[in-house]
Design a protein around this ligand. Structure first.
Ligand code: ADP
Ligand code: MG
Length: 235
């Protein structure tokens, strides 16, 4: 579904992504793990067209997208939930979810059905549907950011550190949700520093080390890899 080949990305003269190749197949959760500053956010921003590649290619559903505008890439079906939960603080939960659907051309009935589905997935959002998004906790805002992305009905989700800065109990809930979305058919590229949780819910994983793929494989194998355990899992 997504194929990245020999990607190079620079900020001015500083290269931060070096020759990265990565694939996500339909139906998979693929996780990209890496320390702070490794280039994870840059990679997602490049996939969604916010940042331009300086070399290599990105193909989505068979079409090269690395020259497309971010607007067009959203239309192609890539939904990006950026780092740090960007909800509209002065709008209600309900209004934020509606905003997610504003590019959709299908019926109001279909949109309403998806809204109901999100409320099933995140009962917390249903309870708080009239609350202003800015007054919710960090974890609840993260759920809302994910819910809003679901409303856009993308073919591929990009999640940038959904667990960052969130209470552990809510983190568990969010990971469970991501797994459930996948079981229901969503394809997901998940960027995380929380390697343990990300490896447990994903099919395959790539480890990004200062802009290069250091290691890749089945998540279950990486969970048992000595080097991964030592550096990323801490045991
Ligand atoms: N807008 C920017 N301008 C210049 N350098 C940047 C910018 N954004 C990120 N960087 C640098 O690129 C590298 C990768 O950053 P980032 O993609 O945010 O990593 P991660 O998400 O893995 O923590 C870091 O060295 C960071 O300082
Ligand atoms: Mg980041």
């Amino acid at each position: 579904m997504l194929k990245i080949e020999n990607l190079q990305v620079h900020y001015d003269k500083v290269q931060v992504i070096h020759d990265v190749s990565l694939e996500v197949n339909e139906g998979e959760i693929v996780t990209l793990i890496g320390s702070n500053g490794a280039g994870k956010t840059t990679l997602l921003r490049t996939i969604s067209g916010i940042k331009r590649a300086s070399g290599g290619s990105i193909t989505f559903m068979g079409e090269p997208i690395h020259q497309m505008t971010s607007h067009k890439i959203v239309e192609m079906g890539i939904g990006h939930v950026p780092e740090g939960r960007h909800v509209f603080p002065d709008m209600s939960v309900y209004e934020n979810l509606q905003m997610g659907a504003f590019r959709r051309k299908d019926s109001q009935a279909a949109i309403k059905k998806d809204l109901e589905h999100i409320f099933d997935l995140f009962p917390r959002l249903k309870e708080r549907s009239q609350q202003m998004a800015g007054t919710m906790s960090g974890g609840e805002q993260q759920m809302l950011a994910i819910g809003r992305a679901i409303m856009a009905k993308p073919k591929l989700f990009l999640f940038d550190e959904p667990s960052l800065g969130i209470a552990p109990i809510i983190v568990a809930e969010i990971f469970k949700m991501i797994k459930k979305m996948n079981e229901e058919g969503s394809t997901i590229l998940l960027v995380e520093q929380n390697a343990n949780a990300a490896l447990k819910i994903s099919d395959r994983a790539y480890i990004l080390e200062t802009g290069k793929i250091g290691l890749e494989g089945q998540s279950s194998d990486l969970l048992n890899d000595d080097r991964v355990r030592k550096i990323y899992l801490g045991f």
